[in-house]
Design a protein around this ligand. Structure first.
Ligand SMILES: [Zn+2]
Length: 319
């Protein structure tokens, strides 16, 4: 791969867009110790490492705070990129932090504050069930979800994808009932502890990784009444501030699809709660023309360095 081409293309994009600087924000969740057929969209540590090395060599990695200040002052460097992680997985601390520190890269972690007590998120309980249940199929007709095959690894991976999507939009109580049912089927296991502990959150903050909020329990905000949504937004800020001992001013919407997972009511709530900026999962780079409370970020899923770099350049070119 020719890194010179990446840098010169990035510089050319920056000179065309002069005065209207753009920043591409990459959005991760977990980093895996080893590849998993059940979590194909999450990078393993090898992929994550080359992605970070490429960012360090070919792009200008800024913290979100630096990026927003640069956009305000009209002085965004060329090839500007920010790194973010959602949900608050322990692997951000155990696997990603050493790589980020070695390369001197800033990042932000948006933590769902209700899981720092050692519980796993509902989607990970589904992963565990689909990965480990010995049965040939999973009958969820009573939840209106049909029967899913568990016959092969491929079947299980397909089941995991469709079951996760279907569960995302169940009413929270229905989803809790489903997850409770899966837990009963799986039984007690020792796989708790996928998420950051309060001590790890503090340690990330001490090493220059900014902590942002991501609600308490990671609901789809549009599935809640307004009072509950406001409580999720406010309480996550308060709980994280109590852990890190400083203001938490950045927010990311759970799931993040504009108009589907949150709407104008939640944008107003985030502003009212005292956050200074909020992030979606829309595709593209941020510019000074974006609403500060609906800034796009995307997951970089490309498997080769050239494609990964081209995708970032494409976001920067498109704005
Ligand atoms: Zn999330």
């Amino acid at each position: 791969m020719n890194e010179h081409i990446i840098r010169s293309t990035g510089n050319a994009i920056a000179s065309v867009t002069r005065g209207n600087g753009r920043v591409a924000i990459v959005n991760y969740h977990r980093v895996l110790a080893a590849p998993s057929p059940f979590l194909a969209s999450e990078p393993d540590i090898d992929i994550f490492t080359w992605q970070m090395e490429l960012l360090a060599r070919c792009f200008n990695v800024l913290s979100l705070r630096e990026a927003l200040a640069a956009i305000d002052s009209g002085r965004v460097p060329p090839r500007a990129v920010c790194i973010t992680f959602d949900d608050g997985y322990r692997s951000v601390h155990d696997l990603a932090l050493p790589v980020l520190r070695r390369l001197g890269l800033p990042a932000t972690v948006f933590v769902s504050s209700g899981y720092v007590d050692g519980r796993n998120m509902w989607n990970d309980r589904i992963v565990e069930a689909v990965e480990t249940l010995p049965a040939e199929e999973l009958d969820l007709a009573e939840f209106g979800l049909g029967v899913y095959s568990l016959r092969s690894v491929d079947d299980r991976a397909a089941t995991l994808g469709s079951l996760t999507e279907a569960s995302k939009y169940l009413p929270p109580q229905e989803r809790s009932r489903l997850v409770g049912r899966l837990q009963t089927l799986v039984g007690e296991r020792a796989s708790e502890g996928l998420m950051l502990t309060p001590e790890m959150v503090v340690n990330l903050d001490r090493h220059g990784i900014e902590i942002g909020a991501h609600t308490v329990t990671h609901p789809i905000l549009t599935s809640l009444d307004d009072a509950s949504a406001m409580q999720e937004i406010r309480d996550s800020k308060r709980e994280l501030e109590a852990i890190v001992g400083k203001p938490v001013t950045l927010f990311a919407y759970p799931n993040g699809k504009v108009g589907k997972d949150f709407d104008h009511r939640h944008v107003a709530m985030v502003r009212e709660a005292g956050f200074q900026a909020a992030f979606t999962t829309a595709v593209g780079a941020i510019t000074r023309h974006h609403d500060r409370y609906q800034l796009p970020r995307s997951r970089p899923w490309d498997e080769t360095p050239m494609r990964f770099a081209l995708r970032l350049l494409q976001w920067l070119a498109r704005g």
